[in-house]
Ligand binder design. Structure first.
Ligand code: NAD
Length: 511
């Protein structure tokens, strides 16, 4: 992918003065998108920011024209030029291919960090008003179950691979620490399910611990994700930055938005090495499209994030302050907010709200600006090689193939299957155990497991107790597969490896 070296253009004014104008790709999007995008654009222009907008298409209309990506080539080229996108929500119309144009955009430009600030806004009634919530959820945006690698193992057994990498984890966790530094935040909490998923979520947790050593001025702690959810609802103001894997982040970032007023106020930035995409969290809300009633605050606050990203700190603070003044003084109250306050009659239009914000540019909220970022550069994640632990593990050479998990479908009862597989295993391998959905059923463990006719059959070198023991060869595993597949339907094979004597696989429950 080619990126222009500098996405600026020099403009010479009539008076002979030169000014660098920043190009930004503007995607109006679907439903209420064009209205909220227009509102943000008007406010940015009123604040005097020199931006040259490149309007580009994506979403429903593009799908309807038969482009199955939803993101036309011209839009991609514009983003390669500008490297910054402000976008409205995109709809994925049913029946025009299944891939969401949003996901396509994130994947095309590897925007690995999804960042959602959630903080108490004046004049927005919530259950937590007065507690001073001011937190950021940083969600890994590329990996995890969202890699979308799914397989039906049998007509009735589906599987989705959860992919977590050291590189992916390091990028997003480093982003979170750099953000803490830049905003003067004191703590980065990793929220994982490492107690259950020791290898995947555990890797994320370990990388967070390793990186914490490089950011000693920032406190680093860890919470199990379910406890994080509980704590978020019970006492949200204790949090500062939460960094987490994709699925966890998807759920708790929506939860966090709900704490501070909901979709009308929830902003986000998707940051990659080369490109950043700014958008509201909400969707296209089709029933409100073209009615001039939608709350544009979420997109306005997303555009504030964008302005900070491109170094327009002063304008960002001015716009944010103007939004806060408008909300604080209750001058213009959009329909969603009027409903929260129980006074729907008092609702202002999207346009009316936008004009109120413009008229407040230059004013400061009585309750103070929430967090000024003037002059502090955007969090830049250094493009460096990954931390030593991963490379050391690679370099050590102490990596062995020690067996294989053969997943198979059969109607042979498990007490017959075990001895049969023992006979098929040959001299170089033996059956360590058979599990049903992760619970050992052979040799019997005493645990009850529903019989679903699909088993994980673990073969290891003799003398090994599932502890990353003696090596076996690829050939021995392949020959075993040949013998087993003559008798049963093999649906999946996982090679078992050990790293520095540590098993690179987990034990079954009861093993
Ligand atoms: P939605 O966010 O569009 O709307 C749900 C409801 O939330 C609305 O009916 C409205 O009551 C309220 N709401 C949303 N935004 C609001 C705002 N700015 N002001 C006031 N109230 C607001 O969610 P949905 O109905 O599930 O999705 C509609 C479409 O949007 C779908 O096609 C979906 O795929 C798409 N979508 C896109 C994005 C994105 O582009 N990032 C995100 C979510 C959903």
């Amino acid at each position: 992918m080619h990126f222009a070296s500098e996405p600026y253009e020099r403009h010479v004014h009539e008076n002979g003065q030169q000014r660098d104008v920043r190009r930004v790709t503007l995607i109006p999007g679907d439903g209420v998108g064009p209205e909220v995008v227009r509102s943000a654009r008007r406010i940015i222009e009123a604040a005097g920011v020199p931006i040259e907008w490149e309007e580009a298409e994506a979403g429903a209309e593009v799908f309807r024209r038969g482009d199955t990506s939803g993101v036309p080539r011209e839009t991609q080229e514009s983003i390669e030029r500008t490297r910054v996108v402000l976008k409205g929500p995109l709809e994925t119309p049913v029946g025009y291919g299944e891939k969401s144009a949003n996901v396509t955009l994130r994947k095309l430009f590897e925007t690995y960090a999804n960042v959602r600030p959630c903080r108490e806004l004046p004049g927005v009634p919530t259950r937590y008003a007065g507690e001073g919530i001011d937190l950021v959820v940083v969600r890994e945006n590329m990996e995890d179950l969202y890699a979308g690698i799914e397989h039906l193992q049998t007509p009735d057994v589906a599987q989705c691979l959860k992919i977590i990498t050291r590189r992916g984890s390091e990028k997003v966790i480093r982003y979170a620490f750099e953000l803490a530094r830049r905003e003067g935040r004191r703590r980065v909490t990793a929220a994982t399910k490492a107690n259950i998923m020791k290898l995947t979520e555990g890797l994320f947790k370990r990388v967070h611990e390793e990186l914490a050593a490089e950011y000693r001025e920032v406190e680093a702690d860890h919470l199990i994700i379910d406890n994080a959810a509980h704590q978020l609802v019970k006492d949200p103001s204790q949090f500062d930055i939460i960094v987490t894997t994709n699925l966890n982040g998807d759920i708790i970032s929506d939860l966090a938005s709900g704490l501070v007023g909901g979709l009308g106020f929830a902003s986000s930035g998707n940051y990659g090495d080369d490109v950043a995409i700014f958008e509201a969290v909400h969707g296209s809300a089709p029933k409100y499209a073209s009615k001039d009633v939608i709350n544009p605050t979420a997109l306005i606050l997303s555009s504030v994030l964008m302005l900070r990203h491109i170094g327009e700190f002063e304008a960002a603070d001015r716009i944010e302050d103007a939004v806060l003044v408008t909300l604080e003084e209750g001058q213009a109250v959009t329909q969603d907010l009027a409903r929260l306050s129980g006074d729907v009659e008092a609702a202002t239009s999207t346009t009316g709200y936008t004009e109120a914000v413009i008229s407040n540019l230059g004013r400061h909220p009585a309750g103070g600006s929430v967090r000024s970022s003037a002059g502090i550069p955007e969090a830049v994640v250094p493009r460096r090689t990954m931390t030593s632990a991963g490379s050391a593990r690679e370099a050590s050479g102490d990596r062995k193939l020690v067996g294989a998990d053969v997943f198979l479908e059969t109607d042979v009862a498990v007490d017959e299957l075990g001895p049969e597989l023992e006979r098929l295993s040959g001299d170089s391998l033996r059956v360590a155990m058979i599990s049903s959905r992760g619970t050992r059923v052979y040799p019997p463990s005493g645990l009850r497991a529903e019989d679903i006719g699909w088993y994980q059959c673990r073969f290891v070198a003799p003398g090994t107790n599932g502890d990353g023991g003696s090596a076996v060869s690829d050939r021995e595993v392949l020959e075993l597969l040949g013998r087993v597949s003559e008798r049963h339907r093999v649906t999946q094979v996982e090679m078992l490896q050990s790293f520095n004597g540590e098993p690179g696989y987990t034990r079954a429950q009861g093993e």
